[in-house]
Design a protein around this ligand. Structure first.
Ligand code: PEP
Ligand code: MG
Length: 748
């Protein structure tokens, strides 16, 4: 029976291929296909429903239902049995459709006389494209083999749809990936950019979903899987048990690559007439659809491993490498599911914009994007499935909106917006050399954050008084091996040269958490953000820290040197680090190196514990800098990389503001210089509130200095203090609404 069905299935696919090869127009092809499927499966009805827009399905062709209903009958996602198949991406197989839960009667189709119903999703790589349905009068449940055969056909239909086989005039489908699409995501870095799509991981295109020599396809598949296995073993060998996470992923790869179940399912797909690559894609689609339903993190990760492995296999089979030979456009906007800070740094400033399907505002990739001043939108759902290399795209980093293949109206409006932003920047340029002085005479010091040599040119143009945070780890992240001391000396010296006498605060290596050095063995930690990172690594591996301190001392070469240690959680950590600095200075002197003219050693306050350190700590430390990004995540116990929780807690929440105020008071009492260098310092309203509670030094990305200074110069701090105090008095959770209302009434 199964063999007969296999032969039938192959025959049907052969007929479908002939229909595709003929010179039929889009709609005629769809009609012919429904006829062939109904005929081959012995059913009176076969219908194809495809998505018209994101949540509307349309009957696009039918054999057996009323032909007048074609392109008229529409249903919402989840509506009726067809809508259910599309929403759940699952087969519906019922002998008595009108009685089935969710059935919705569509009088115009005349389907009420058909009892049995089998609907399967048409999907490609986890993206739902439509639904394929067969119906018959006799009340019967379709066999597992029949369901399977229809799924195979649906897979071929998905490939054909992707290839644009059903495009045509009149009511036929319009071309996929050709319409304008708007994505609403989250702002990662402000700014607007226009350019062309550059996919971080180009999609594989399968042009031959049907094959009539199953034996040949099986051989191709086995050879490709063998090649894959060898590749995975080699990767495991190279990883050499060093990196536990990587090892785990590779072991999972190996498990899948050797999985009999996976192989068997793909071989079955081939027996039913699919080509080797279409079989891989079919199983990949099933895994992706499952991924959307599984909540267990471990299982999701394994499904995503399988997804990666399938991509590798597809590349082997199609010969389409990660490097497709396509040329990067001159104005690339990078599209990726997610990206790490090191990979992003590799692209560097060549990018005009970045759009991520996942990603997070608090991640270091976002910080790198900010350091590079590249507009970034995160959480743009489905963007990697919709965008094609070379598509025209506009990224609105102000609103978190992305226009893919925009129409002329959008293009005009967007270009106006870019011009407006440029004009605003020019306005800020006019106050560049004026102090950040408030109406009531308070003067703030505004500095910039940096991490790359390429950031330094912004120092004079932004009006920053110095570099308040130089993230030294970015230099370590861009390399494949630990930089040598001599390289660091040269680099830090160039940074100081470029600063031209303005102060630079070098932060020692802050690795761990999401900043994983490719050449350092990462620890397998359940909570890396709370784990072995930053100064904890530095104190446990003093060799690296000493090397970095030596490089800084030598680079200063008689000039003043300012260094701060990240992630200090208790007094003793600062003391140990400072001792190391003192010892290194003494050793450098013995070696005959010129010592810096002055050395200031500070700590970053990034954990709430440090705010409550003994007053002696505040007295000993040369200065403190609040790392608000980390401090906020630990204060609210809300992961800075998890959008779901990150956004729940406002920086202007009364609790957080009071906490910062407490730090300001302790620093004032002990005469400890204090600054704030988290991302919030660069947000004008936040910066204004920080100034109101007593902060006088803020460090931010260069592009924020203009807007922050502009607002500060128009602000009277006692008034803001009163607004904050009143909001507190009223028991409000956040002072933001009151502050915004006050700004609005002032016309600011
Ligand atoms: C911070 O935590 O606020 C900070 C400035 O450091 P990073 O963002 O690099 O962790
Ligand atoms: Mg930090």
């Amino acid at each position: 029976m199964a063999d007969r069905l296999e032969t039938e299935s192959r025959k049907l696919l052969g007929r479908l291929r002939d229909a595709m090869a003929g010179d039929l127009e889009g709609q005629a092809r769809l009609d012919r296909i429904t006829h062939l499927i109904a005929d081959s499966m012995g059913c009176e009805v076969c219908s194809i429903y495809l998505f018209r827009d994101e949540d509307t399905l349309e009957l696009c062709a039918t054999e057996g239902l009323n032909p007048d209903a074609v392109h008229k009958t529409r249903m919402k996602l989840g509506e009726g049995l067809v809508g259910m198949v599309a929403r759940n991406r699952q087969v519906v197989n019922t002998p008595d459709a009108p009685q089935a839960k969710g059935f919705r009667y569509m009088p115009e189709t005349g389907e009420e006389i058909y009892s049995s119903f089998l609907g399967v999703p048409v999907q490609r790589l986890g993206e739902a494209l439509g639904v394929l349905v067969v119906q018959s009068r006799t009340a019967r449940e379709f066999s597992a083999d029949e369901v399977y055969a229809l799924e195979v056909v649906a897979m071929v239909l998905a490939e054909m749809t992707e290839l644009g086989a059903f495009i045509g005039d009149n009511a036929a489908m319009s071309a996929r990936h050709s319409q304008p699409v708007l994505f609403r995501g989250t702002v990662g870095q402000e700014g607007a950019a226009e350019g062309h799509v550059w996919l971080h991981e180009p999609r594989v295109v399968v042009t031959n979903p049907i094959a009539d020599d199953p034996e040949r396809e099986r051989v191709r598949l086995r050879e490709a899987v063998e090649q894959l296995r060898v590749g995975v073993d080699k990767m495991l060998e190279i990883a050499g048990g060093q990196d536990k996470d990587q090892q785990q992923v590779l072991e999972a790869y190996r498990m899948f690559a050797n999985s009999k179940g996976w192989m068997r399912r793909m071989e079955e797909d081939i027996s039913n007439g699919l080509s080797a690559e279409a079989a891989v894609e079919k199983e990949q689609s099933v895994a992706r659809a499952r991924m959307g339903q599984v909540t267990d993190q471990y299982l999701r990760e394994r499904l995503s491993d399988l997804d990666d492995l399938s991509n590798r296999l597809l590349r082997i089979l199609t010969g389409q490498g990660a490097d497709t030979g396509a040329e990067m456009p001159a104005d690339p906007i990078l599209i990726a599911r997610n990206i790490g800070p090191a990979e992003l740094l590799e692209y560097g400033r060549s990018l005009k914009g970045i759009v991520l399907e996942e990603g997070s505002v608090g991640s270091h990739a976002a910080i790198v994007a900010r350091a590079l001043a590249i507009p970034l939108v995160v959480h743009a759902e489905r963007v990697t499935t919709e965008a094609l290399n070379g598509d025209h795209i506009m990224v609105d980093g102000e609103q978190g909106v992305v226009h893919l293949r925009p129409d002329d109206n959008v293009v005009t409006a967007f270009r106006d917006k870019i011009a407006m932003l440029a004009a605003a920047q020019e306005r800020y340029a006019s106050i560049r050399d004026l102090p950040a002085e408030t109406q009531d005479g308070a003067v703030l010091s505004l500095q910039m954050n940096a991490g790359l040599m390429a950031d330094l040119p912004s120092l004079p143009s932004s009006g920053a008084e110095g570099v308040g945070l130089f993230r030294t780890e970015l230099q370590f992240l861009v390399r494949n091996q630990m930089p040598r001391r001599s390289e660091l000396v040269a680099l830090y010296a160039r940074v100081l040269d470029a600063a031209g006498g303005k102060p630079v605060v070098f932060r020692t290596l802050d690795i761990g958490s999401d900043k994983v050095l490719p050449y350092m063995k990462p620890n397998d930690e359940p909570n890396p953000a709370l784990g072995w990172r930053a100064i904890r690594v530095g104190l446990d591996k003093p060799g690296i820290m000493r090397m970095q301190l030596q490089a800084l001392i030598r680079a200063a070469n008689g000039r003043p040197l300012t260094v701060m240690f990240p992630f200090v959680a208790q007094f003793e950590e600062y003391r140990s680090a400072r001792r190391l600095m003192d010892k290194t200075l003494a050793a450098e002197e013995r070696l005959g190196h010129v010592l810096p003219e002055s050395v200031k050693v500070g700590a970053m306050l990034e954990t709430p514990s440090l705010a409550f350190a003994p007053l002696k700590f505040f007295e000993e430390v040369d200065f403190l800098s609040i790392g608000g990004n980390d401090l906020k995540q630990f204060f609210f116990a809300a992961d800075r990389e998890n959008e779901r929780v990150r956004r729940r807690y406002d920086t202007l929440n009364v609790s957080f503001l009071s906490f910062i105020e407490g730090i300001v008071e302790r620093c004032n009492a002990t005469g400890t210089p204090l600054s704030f260098c988290g991302e919030d310092a660069g947000r004008p309203v936040e910066a204004m509130c920080f100034a109101a509670i007593g902060l006088r030094s803020l460090s931010m990305r260069p592009a924020s200095i203009g807007p922050v200074k502009s607002l500060l110069r128009r602000t009277n701090l006692p008034e803001v203090r009163k607004v904050i105090a009143d909001a507190r008095h009223r028991g409000e959770m956040s002072v933001r609404p009151a502050v915004m209302e006050w700004l609005r009434t002032r016309g600011a």
